[in-house]
Design a protein. Structure first.
Length: 276
């Protein structure tokens, strides 16, 4: 029997990782976690200057490597260019983190048709497109894994960053966003059922409130109320998302496939607050 040390269970050293929207917010938190633990991380962002600045900052922190690749994932041509560029440097991809996304809040009566087109394209369709284009690299990583019979002990991973707004009805006017995240969660399960046979897992992290540009206005105006109404009484921290991702992408999470993990401090399961 081998020793089940933390390094063996949770190590990601040497893995090749692609994180979309990795220059800020949750994506940057995740990139920090991988770089700090010895992975080779590619981050992509629409704004090249921000992406390069984030990569420089992350390279100063950890034992791994961070490389910036700019791409506007709304454009199919940029998705194809991104994967082609990655393929020039890497023969395999161990982890794809689909984190890039957008939101749109507006009153029901004036909610624009264009919002649905933009939000569903980036939050759902482009997740499918990028995953599809990365399949040769992901399959190569699965084949290179240590095997038990013909089954990889450490499969390739697709991690989709969803939202609790896709699990429950939100109190905000984010109609396209909540619909897109619900669709993403189901797409992730659908992919899990197909890609598991290829040695690739697909899982979703349904995030609650974290400190990010997307959440900045909400936290500024409603932060105290959000904290007071969830059982753990706080906002998500980098350690929360990084720990969850490292679990899913290491040997410890190799048997998890098709899961949706709510990372929201209990916001989806709010019960009566005890009185003293």
């Amino acid at each position: 029997m081998s020793s089940l040390t933390a390094d063996r269970l949770f190590g990601v050293r040497g893995k090749v990782v692609l994180i979309t929207g990795g220059s800020r917010g949750i994506g940057k938190m995740i990139a920090n976690g991988f770089v700090s633990n010895g992975a080779k991380v590619y981050i992509c962002s629409r704004i090249e200057k921000e992406c390069k600045a984030a990569a420089k900052e992350l390279n100063a922190l950890g034992t791994g490597i961070c490389i910036a690749l700019s791409a506007d994932l709304q454009k199919l041509s940029d998705v194809e260019r991104l994967v082609n560029e990655l393929s020039k440097h890497e023969k395999m991809l161990h982890v794809l983190v689909n984190n890039a996304g957008a939101t749109w809040a507006e009153e029901l009566d004036t909610y624009p048709d264009a919002a649905f087109t933009k939000i569903l394209m980036l939050n759902v369709q482009r997740v499918f497109t990028l995953t599809q284009k990365c399949l040769p690299l992901l399959r190569a990583a699965a084949r290179a894994s240590e095997m038990t019979g013909n089954v990889p002990n450490d499969p390739a991973r697709v991690i989709n960053i969803g939202s609790v707004e896709g699990e429950g009805v939100p109190p905000r006017n984010t109609y396209a966003y909540s619909a897109s995240k619900a669709a993403l969660h189901h797409l992730s399960r659908h992919l899990a059922g197909r890609l598991g046979w290829d040695g690739i897992t697909s899982n979703t992290i349904a995030c609650g409130p974290f400190k990010s540009k997307m959440m900045a206005h909400t936290l500024r105006t409603q932060g105290d109320a959000i904290k007071s109404t969830r059982p753990l009484q706080r906002i998500g921290e980098p350690e929360d998302i990084v720990g969850t991702v490292l679990f899913l992408c290491s040997r410890a999470g190799a048997y998890v496939n098709g899961a949706t993990i709510a990372l929201d401090g209990g916001g989806l399961v709010i019960g009566p607050k005890p009185t003293l």
